[in-house]
Design a protein around this ligand. Sequence first.
Ligand code: NAI
Length: 467
Amino acid sequence: MTVRHDLVVVGGGPAGYAAALYGAASGLDVGLVEERSLGGTCLHVGCIPAKELLETASVLRTVRDAAGFGVVTGGVEPTVDLAVSQVRKQKVIDGLVKGLGSLLAGRDVTVYDGTGRLGVDHVVTVDGPDGPVVVAADHVVLATGSTPRTIPGFDIDGSLVVTSDELLSITEVPDRVAVIGGGAIGCEFASMLADYGSAVTLLEAATEILPGCDIDVAKTVRRSFRRRRIDVHSGVPVHGHDPSDAATTVRFGDDSTVEVDLVVVAVGRRPRGDSAGLVGTRVVVDERGFIGVDDRLRTGEPGVYAVGDVVPTPQLAHVGFAEGMFVVKDLLGESPRPIDPTTVPWCIYSHPEVAFAGLTEAAAIEAGHDVVVSSHRFAGNGRAMIIGDVDGLVKVVAARDADGRAGRILGVHMVGPWVTEQLGQAYLAVNWEATVDEVAEFIQPHPTLSELFGETAMALTGRALHG
Ligand code: NAI
């Protein structure tokens, strides 16, 4: 017997559950297939646990610095008990998974427990605990996600060599760690482990850490990491490692080595394009594992979409949400505007934090824009001084108008305290195609960290207030 729905979604991570929830909110009868637990990478081995453990690092820093505020902690150097932190992390995850289950149930989404395989005619066979179930729908959304990549010579054993999957469950702070890959994940883990007290070596193959970020932002993070004694090496290929007892020696660069107790491999995520059958369909999976889609996220098979980490767009949970909602509008014939991958918001929760939207200065120039740029540092910001965290800057990249003045805001790049919570208005400015004159009209509350964005935009009008 085949169960029919209007829409069947394969994969219950952010992109898949967003499609399911939004589809149900739009009046569709929806089935959602998930082989593990609802929530995907984000809830179980990604955003949520990583930020939870980074918050532990932040609390530790606050307690360490308490004496400077006159807060007496008894002169005892604080340490972290990761076993307690892990319990707290799991409680947060369990609460969110439960909430998600309730939301889906509340919208009458039928959740199928098992692995879904898409075949011809939009038929999905679910291999579940009670045998196969066959479902079919007018439209199918593939949202099968991604898994951590590794590199030759680094077999993941879960104890000496790990990826984010295993690192997020550690209960002991390692003494010495090599983090391979200086992208978002590598920088977040290097920062977190350094706060916990590990001696961290960060190895990045590209010429600078955080490739893709504005160079001034990447350099600020690098300087800050150096001050915190994170040993940052960029432009270094990693060749392999030689284990001995409980440690291992990582070989990198021309002839450098570092002995560590843990290797964290953070070199990107591999899309799981081949995990949903697809036999007899016109869905195309490329050699990297991505499902081929057009700018409306349609695959080669009419009526079948793909969203989230499994398609070649930024691998971010919130982009997954946006894509999930986009395809529902598209299949309903609402003609939504395609998502522009160059203007989505990015947030990296290292210390200092990084947040940006829109073009970097280099990307704007490469795209042919004549640009005007202004940067302001948190060092002059009252709130940053009050919280004792002044490292960082806000940089606004604007297009030069015919009269030579700064016009439309093309990109905003932030590094510093709580910038992940400050990006909102900058994101709106970029995506609303606002000019610096328009943004400078608005009042920023005082004293706030977000004043720095207003100040930087105002400086581009030619009349700064403080800067
Ligand atoms: P990534 O692609 O952002 O960074 C991987 C880094 O590893 C790159 O800088 C690359 O040059 C480097 N690399 C590759 N091979 C190497 C080698 N053999 N030796 C040394 N370095 C090497 O991938 P990452 O950080 O693993 O994150 C995966 C995905 O998840 C990304 O799309 C990322 O944006 C997303 N993500 C975003 C977060 C955020 O926005 N806060 C947090 C975590 C992940």
